[in-house]
Every structure is written in C-alpha cells, then in structure tokens.
Design a protein around this ligand. Structure first.
Ligand code: SF4
Ligand code: SF4
Length: 145
C-alpha cells in the first residue's frame, strides 16, 4: 500500500536551509527547481466558459492549474532552455528580469509544500465546476448518467 503523507511528513530530500554553513549557495543543493516550470496568474473561474477554457489548457501535456490563497495559476512544467546540465543558468548575464528579482531568500527550495488545489486532469476540473455551478446547460449531473 502506498505511504500517505501529511504536509508535515513529506520527506525532505535536501538539507534544511537553516543547517547550511553561512555563505553557502542554496542553489548548490537544488536541481534548479525554479527554472523547471513557469506559472501565470489567471482569473478565478466564475462560469462554465471559464472552466471550459481551463479544461482546454490542462488537456495539454505538462500543464496544470493550481490555487493559492484563492488566486488561480496556470502551471507549465517545462525546463528553461537556458538551464544547463549542471542546474545553473547558461546565460546568467542576460537572464530576464523575472529571474533577477527572484532570490533564494523566499524561493521554493523546500519540497514539503502542498497546493491549496491542484487540477491536472480535465475531467477532474469538470467535476469541480459541476459541483460549484451545477450541471452544464441544465444537463443531468454526470455522476447520474
Ligand atoms: S533559487 Fe531556490 S529553487 Fe531556485 S535553484 Fe536556487 S535553491 Fe533552487
Ligand atoms: S533564464 Fe536562467 S535563471 Fe532564468 S529560468 Fe532560465 S535558466 Fe533559470
């Protein structure tokens, strides 16, 4: 049987950032996690048309939608073309501003975080919409078909 973890029990495979010697570069212990995806803020869906668009988004490979504090985001898990095999930026001098303002102080180095909501399957999002809005176009609930 698969092990079930609560958020506080998800195993941390990296050393705790607080235990690293002063002056240590946190990125030396990371696989370039922040360079392996991008996330875009999207409007919280309020009607079926929104959900249908979002279902289309996540029908694509490597795309998912997550929420955090009632904000919605499109997540695309894809490696930046500038990320080298050593997990460092190959074009550091010319990296975009979004990379320049990002710092290890508040980065997602830790692996023990969870999403508020995560949708990585269009059927799952459909069922969530149905629970929230009721049947689409007055159709019966899919669970009753
Ligand atoms: S900034 Fe944080 S998440 Fe990004 S590579 Fe460094 S340690 Fe990893
Ligand atoms: S440009 Fe460099 S720092 Fe920015 S995401 Fe790509 S590899 Fe990471």
């Amino acid at each position: 049987m698969a092990q079930i973890y609560t958020s506080s029990k998800i195993p941390q495979t990296k050393p705790d950032r607080d235990t690293l010697p002063e002056g240590t570069n946190l990125c030396d212990y990371c696989n370039g996690k922040c360079c392996r995806y991008f996330a875009l803020a999207i409007d919280a869906p309020t009607e079926w048309a929104d959900f249908e668009n979002y279902r289309w988004y996540i029908l694509h490979e490597h795309a998912a939608i997550f929420t955090e504090d009632d904000s919605w985001f499109l997540l695309v898990t894809t490696k930046c073309k500038n990320l080298g095999d050593d997990n460092y930026c190959k074009n550091y001098e010319h990296r975009p501003d979004v990379c320049r303002i990002y710092s290890t102080e508040r980065c997602e180095y830790e692996d023990n975080w969870v999403y508020d909501k995560l949708f990585d399957d269009s059927e799952q999002l459909y069922e969530y919409a149905e629970a929230l809005l009721g049947p689409k176009n007055g159709a019966p609930l899919r669970s009753q078909r």
